[in-house]
Design a binder for this molecule. Structure first.
Ligand SMILES: Nc1ccn([C@H]2C[C@H](O)[C@@H](COP(=O)(O)OP(=O)(O)OP(=O)(O)O)O2)c(=O)n1
Ligand SMILES: Nc1nc2c(ncn2[C@@H]2O[C@H](COP(=O)(O)OP(=O)(O)O)[C@@H](O)[C@H]2O)c(=O)[nH]1
Ligand SMILES: [Mg+2]
Length: 206
């Protein structure tokens, strides 16, 4: 019995460390400019930037068995298992909990159920930054980025699949959180600094 209480205790302690943290979801299509805006938020507000894609790519880079499975999924532009990416984000948040001013969760949730699971296991977001760009703009940017990114998924065929998946699975996330009144849309067709002006306004209003 003691052991069970202890486990429950640890579980509660862990989630308490991040339950009250300020959490901003950064959602937008592939190549919309999420990463670019997150870097500017980190520089100005000191938030902790957790890119779900980067966390996954780090696991792939580790050469682990799990990394090999993730690589196979990601290079097809498909979604990895929910628990895998959620546990990685949670571990990364806990590791920074004592020093973080708040968390920018970049590229997550990608489906409504990912958002619901996040809220069950970690906490509620106070803002969803919706980085909005046209499809052709995203393709153009990613093809350009693909010249130097070395990413297995920055190629025309996979970009198209990622875009399709974004419209099918991720746009409903925006509608879900619009229902909560916490979505702020930024027009990522504009020059980077003007986009960041809109991002700053949304964060300053928190
Ligand atoms: N919650 C998540 C986040 C990422 N991925 C997978 C599918 C993505 O195509 C890949 C890379 O994620 P990124 O967020 O890095 O890539 P994006 O598609 O968002 O584009 P970008 O890097 O341009 O932001 O990882 C996933 O399955 N589930
Ligand atoms: N012209 C232009 N390019 C941008 C803008 N934001 C990002 N990019 C470029 O588009 C590519 C994708 O940006 P990134 O931040 O990685 O987008 P993400 O895929 O949503 O994380 C990168 O090569 C950026 O340099 C923007 O506002 N204007
Ligand atoms: Mg990115």
């Amino acid at each position: 019995m003691h052991f069970k209480i202890c486990c429950v205790g640890v579980g509660v302690f862990v989630s308490d460390k991040i339950k009250d943290a300020k959490i901003i979801f950064v959602v937008g299509g592939p190549g919309s400019g999420k990463g670019t805006q997150c870097e500017k938020v980190v520089a100005k507000y000191g938030y902790t930037h957790l890119s779900s894609g980067d966390l996954l790519r780090a696991e792939v880079g580790s050469g682990s068995e799990r990394g090999k499975q993730l690589q196979a999924i990601m290079q097809k532009g498909e979604l990895v298992p929910l628990d895998t990416v959620l546990d990685m984000i949670k571990d990364a948040m806990i590791a920074k909990a004592d020093v973080s001013k708040g968390f920018l969760i970049d590229g997550y949730p990608r489906e409504v159920k990912q958002g619901e699971e996040f809220e069950k296991k970690i906490g509620k977001p106070c803002l969803l930054l919706y980085v909005d760009a046209r499809g052709e703009t995203m393709v153009k940017r990613l093809m350009k980025r693909g010249e130097t990114s070395g990413r297995a998924d920055d190629n025309e065929e996979t970009i198209k699949k990622r875009l399709d998946l974004y419209y099918k699975a991720t746009e409903p996330v925006i509608a879900f959180y619009e229902g909560r009144g916490i979505v702020r849309k930024v027009d990522s067709e504009l020059p980077v600094d003007e986009v960041f002006g809109q991002v700053s306004k949304a964060i300053d209003a928190l």
